[in-house]
Design a protein around this ligand. Sequence first.
Ligand SMILES: Cc1cc2nc3c(=O)[nH]c(=O)nc-3n(C[C@H](O)[C@H](O)[C@H](O)COP(=O)(O)OP(=O)(O)OC[C@H]3O[C@@H](n4cnc5c(N)ncnc54)[C@H](O)[C@@H]3O)c2cc1C
Length: 418
Amino acid sequence: MGAREVTVLGAGVVGVASACWLQSDGHRVTLVDRAEPGEATSSGNAGILSPGSVVPVAMPGLLAKVPGWLMDPAAPLSLRWQYLPQAAPWLLRFLLASRRSRVERIADALRPLLGGTFEAWGRLARAAGCSDLINPSGYMAVYESEAAWQSDALAWSLRRERGVRLEPLDAAAIRELDPDLAPIYPRGVLLPEQGHVANPLWLTRRLFAHFMASGGRFERLQVEDFEPGPRGPRALLGSGRRLPAETLVLAAGVHSARLAARLGTSVPLESQRGYHVHFPEPGIAPRMPVMSGEFKFFVTPMADGLRNAGTVEIAGLDAPPTAARIEALVRHTRRMYPRVNMDGMREWMGHRPCTPDSLPVIGRATGCPDVFLAFGHGHTGLCGAAPTARLIADLVAGRTPFIDPEPYRPTRFRMLAR
Ligand SMILES: Cc1cc2nc3c(=O)[nH]c(=O)nc-3n(C[C@H](O)[C@H](O)[C@H](O)COP(=O)(O)OP(=O)(O)OC[C@H]3O[C@@H](n4cnc5c(N)ncnc54)[C@H](O)[C@@H]3O)c2cc1C
C-alpha cells in the first residue's frame, strides 16, 4: 500500500502518537482537533508508563461493591445516583466483564499491547528528540493494611503470571526507597520495569512540534458529522466548514463513540472521571511514583512538581467536578507525605475513555474500510498510545501487524458477552 492522505481526528496523546507514526511511514497526515493538542484527558493523567498494567478495572466481586460506590462520593470508585439510569447498559457489560474467566482473557489481551510500551515510546521519543521525558524509574505500590493487600491478591497474580517483574518490599525497604513516605506502610511491591513521564502534556506537545516540523498539518475544527463516501467519509463537517478526507483515524478520546456511531460502528464507551492535585513546589523529590494500595491513586514526581492522580467517578460528561474527591486526594497526599508543601496547588478533572472490558478499540470501522478506530484506552492511554500508533500504522499500511489486533476489534460489542 502506498502513501495515503490520512486525517487523524483527535489530538490527544493517542491521536498525536498515531499521526507521528503514520507520518514516519510516509503518509501525508492532517491532525484535526477543536482544541490545542494534548490538553484534554492526556494532559492531567498520572504519567505512569506501565507495560505491566494487565489488570482490568472490572474484577471479580464487583457487584457486591456497587452499593458502597453509591454511598460515598469520595470513595476510590464512586457512582453518582442521578447518573445510574444512563450508565446502566454500560454497567451491565462492565459487570459481565468482571467474571474470572473473562478477566484472565482480558489480561492476556492487554499484555501484548502494553508490553510494547517502552519500545514503541522509545522509537517515537527518539524521533521527536524528547527521550528526556521518558523515565524508566520503576514504581512501587504500598499498603497500610493487610486487608487491602489481601484484596489485591488476584491483581498481583494476574501480573506475575504474565511475566511482570514484582519484588516484595517490607517497611524498611519501602523507607529506604522513599524516606519521605510516612512510616505507615508495612508492605509493598516494587515494579522495576515500569516507569513514568516527566510531564504528559509536554510529551504530547513535543511530539506534536516534531509532527509539524516534519511537514504535518493541523486543522482546528469541532467535528460534528461526516459526509459519507463509498469507503468512509469523504469529508469532516463542523462549524460550517467541510474538510476533505480520504483515510480517517478516529482518536477523539471519550467523544469517539458518538462519532463512531455516525460512521455505523456502535461502541459502549463511558467516562471514568479521574482527578489530580498538583503541587508545583512540593519540597520533596521521590525517585519513583508510588501507588496507594488502599486508595488506588499514584503520586508521581514530575518535572514541574508532584502530582497525585487517580480515583474513578462514574457521573457522565456534564456534571461538575465533585469537591469531596479533590479534598480526599489532598488528605491522602498529606497522610502519605506529611512534609509535602501544598502551596500553589492546582486541581484537575478529566475523562478516561472506558470500554466495559478495559480493552481499547483498535481496528477498522464496520463497513468503512478507510476508517480506523483508535480509542477507549481507559486507564492506560498514555502507555497504550505508542503501541496503538504502531498497530494503527501497520493496519493502514496493510502489513502484518506487530501484534494480533483481534482482541481490540470494534465489533466485539455486538453481543452482550462472549
Ligand atoms: C486521573 C487520571 C490518571 C490517569 N493516569 C494514567 C497513567 O498514569 N497512565 C496511563 O497510561 N494513562 C492514564 N490515564 C488515562 C489516559 O490519560 C487516557 O487514556 C488518555 O489520555 C486518552 O487519550 P486520548 O488521546 O484517547 O484522549 P484525549 O486526551 O481526551 O484526546 C481526545 C482529543 O479529541 C478531541 N476531540 C474530541 N471530540 C472532538 C470533536 N468532535 N472534534 C474535534 N476534536 C475532538 C479533544 O479535544 C481531545 O483533544 C489517566 C487518566 C486520568 C483521568
